[in-house]
Unconditional design. Structure first.
Length: 469
């Protein structure tokens, strides 16, 4: 082999080593074209999740994780244990292929049922409409769209938050429809989960946006980081009654402003990630996971004046934290951390907060519980289940919602991955009424149920479906 060939091979080898070295640098230091490559990979994964297999990714996910019936159950899947005298209607949030009928062939976005489980009003699920709405938001193309939070207005209008799966960001936005399922307005700005509405119609909702990582926490040497180069920044979105954003508040900044950096979780290390020196890195693509913004209303201001009308109660699932933001100063004024696991739906209750503790309950009763958080001690006490027989183990490993009755004595629990709604007596711990969200195509399968609400004396003409779901 002559010298010319050796030089050529060495040159090619040098190029290969240089390319390899630059590739390592692209991944390690996220220099060009890291972002393009990363976004292409995320898009490819989402495409594969959506279009691979015999069922779409959302259906596969639901079928895998939602509890099944041990034996086939005929609709309507309702049992009354001790609540037959209650007359209120119950709103049940739906989704794709849920509670289908001739007038709602794609399922119901939500419906109202009587205590026999008969549907007395429905709002139709419209996949084309929801896909078009998702296409205008900053989410993954092809995701299946479903509602998570809802509010029923006195005139029959329905406001829902929409989420997508598989998608990042998963929040789609807000949709308001009238009692005939016609669109009133929509806002595709990545709202999600459970929201509150003030007396004047102002909406307070969780939202988020994708931002580049690493992301510095204030002026500290701590950073939020992610292997994807993106993280979700949680926001409190304040929206006018006609669907216009008035204000967005960064929840990350709320925590930084009061020095709560220690709440951020994930793998941390002391590698230098910038030129200023050593930094602390918290690796988490969804560091907080804000899943509820609950407005404090007049009459909910007990407990020594801690709560004031206009305050916001925030649930941060991924750091096992509930916080209260002062409505005037826009600063966190109270937190409770760690006496519950992956919690949802905190509401004022009996001088403290009642919340769904998804994974902090006893294994003998299923693993989930309702817990009361004391404002003074900040510790929790189990409210439900108690030493009373349950229809089945209480377990929703994720999601779930509590709706208190105006009397404060009863509550509706939407146990999402259990696929049921239970009405319970908060004093005795007894289950009074049960609604099982059956799959209309399979008497063994159940569907997710994200929320249930009391509906008393509806002031609109219901469409009178009078059918079993």
């Amino acid at each position: 082999m002559n010298r010319q060939h050796v030089s050529r091979y060495l040159f090619i080898l040098s190029l290969c080593l240089a390319c390899f070295g630059y590739g390592v640098a692209v991944v390690r230091f996220r220099v060009f074209p890291y972002r393009w490559i990363n976004e292409a990979e995320l898009a490819a994964r989402a495409f594969n999740d959506v279009y691979s297999g015999e069922a779409d990714a959302y259906t596969r996910y639901v079928n895998r994780y939602v509890r099944r019936n041990e034996q086939p159950i005929a609709p309507p899947g309702v049992r009354s244990f001790d609540g037959s005298s209650f007359e209120e209607f119950v709103f049940v949030l739906g989704g794709p292929d849920q509670m289908r009928s001739e007038t709602a062939p794609e399922g119901c976005l939500g419906c109202i049922v009587n205590r026999r489980g008969e549907v007395v009003h429905e709002w139709r699920y419209n996949r084309v409409l929801l896909d078009d709405l998702a296409a205008t938001s900053a989410t993954t193309a092809g995701a299946r769209i479903f509602p998570v939070g809802a509010h029923v207005f006195d005139n029959g209008d329905l406001l829902v938050t929409l989420q997508g799966f598989p998608a990042n960001p998963y929040g789609i936005g807000l949709l308001k429809i009238d009692c005939k399922s016609n669109v009133v307005w929509s806002l595709a700005k990545n709202a999600h989960h459970w929201f509150s509405i003030d007396e004047d119609g102002t909406i307070y909702t969780p939202a988020h946006r994708l931002i580049d990582a690493p992301y510095r926490l204030g002026e500290t040497t701590a950073f939020l980081d992610s292997s994807t180069g993106k993280i979700l920044e949680d926001l409190i979105q304040i929206v006018s009654p006609d669907g216009q954003i008035r204000e967005e508040i960064s929840v990350t900044q709320l925590l930084v402003d009061v020095g709560l950096l220690g709440l951020f979780r994930g793998e941390s290390n002391a590698e230098g990630i910038d030129r200023e020196g050593v930094a602390m890195r918290f690796n988490a693509g969804d560091p907080l996971h804000l899943n509820s913004v609950r407005l404090v209303r007049a009459g909910e201001t007990q407990a020594g004046g801690l709560l004031t009308p206009g305050d916001l109660i925030l649930s941060l699932r991924n750091i096992n934290t509930v916080a209260v933001m002062d409505g005037k100063s826009r600063r966190i004024k109270w937190t409770s951390v760690g006496s519950f696991v992956q919690q949802h739906s905190p509401v004022p209750f009996n001088g403290g907060l009642l919340l769904l503790d998804n994974r902090g309950g006893g294994s003998a009763t299923g693993g989930s519980r309702l817990a009361r958080i004391d404002f003074e001690s900040r510790f929790s006490q189990t409210v439900f289940p108690k030493n009373v027989a349950l229809p089945e183990p209480f377990e929703t490993w994720r999601a779930g919602h509590i709706a208190l009755h105006p009397s404060g004595k009863r509550a509706l629990i939407a146990s999402t991955y259990q696929g049921v709604v239970w009405e319970i007596d908060l004093e005795s711990g007894s289950v009074l009424w049960e609604f099982i969200n059956l799959d209309p195509a399979d008497p063994i399968r159940r569907k997710k149920v994200h929320q249930a609400l009391y509906v008393e004396n509806p002031q609109f003409e219901m469409n009178g479906i009078q059918r079993s779901p």
